[in-house]
Structure formats: C-alpha cells, structure tokens
Design a protein around this ligand. Sequence first.
Ligand SMILES: C[S@@+](CC[C@H](N)C(=O)[O-])C[C@H]1O[C@@H](n2cnc3c(N)ncnc32)[C@H](O)[C@@H]1O
Length: 76
Amino acid sequence: MSASIFDEIHRAPLLSDQVDKRELTSVIRECQYAISSGIAGDVVEFGCYVGTTSIYLAKLVQSPRELYLYDSFDGL
Ligand SMILES: C[S@@+](CC[C@H](N)C(=O)[O-])C[C@H]1O[C@@H](n2cnc3c(N)ncnc32)[C@H](O)[C@@H]1O
C-alpha cells in the first residue's frame, strides 16, 4: 500500500505549491517509518493549509490511529 502512495505522489499534480514532491515524499516516508516502527499515538499536522500533505497522511494513517489537521488559515 505504501508504495502506491509514493507512486501517486510521483504521478499526481499537487494541490498547492506549499510543498514540493521531494518534501512531501520525505514527510510521508518519515511518518510511515514512525508507524511501522510501532510508535504509538495519533498523527497531527500543524498548518495543513488546503491539505496537500494531509491527503497522503490520510492514506497512511489507519484506524484506530487518528489524524488531526489544524490551521489558523491566517497564513504565515
Ligand atoms: C506552508 S503552509 C503549510 C503547507 C501544508 N503543510 C502542505 O503540506 O501543503 C503553512 C500553513 O501554516 C499555517 N499556520 C501558520 N502559523 C500557524 C499557527 N500559529 N497555527 C496554526 N496554523 C498556522 C498557515 O495558515 C498556513 O496554511
């Protein structure tokens, strides 16, 4: 399943220019590593903007683990 997430990042256009594919791949790889290492807990993205990273985190984070997304929507 995870390989398909990376394939999708490679193939699909991103929702915004707030993150590039190299950065996004790195975030998802690290999150995948944390999950597969058995680290307990939920996943939180602070500053999700329009969800460019969030949609891939949502593919990775599975129940009962929760994904929380926050943004001030005030910009940087
Ligand atoms: C570079 S964008 C985030 C890009 C996003 N992570 C992505 O993958 O597309 C930074 C976001 O952080 C939010 N932000 C900045 N300071 C914040 C704060 N103190 N609390 C919550 N959100 C904040 C901004 O509104 C903005 O949407």
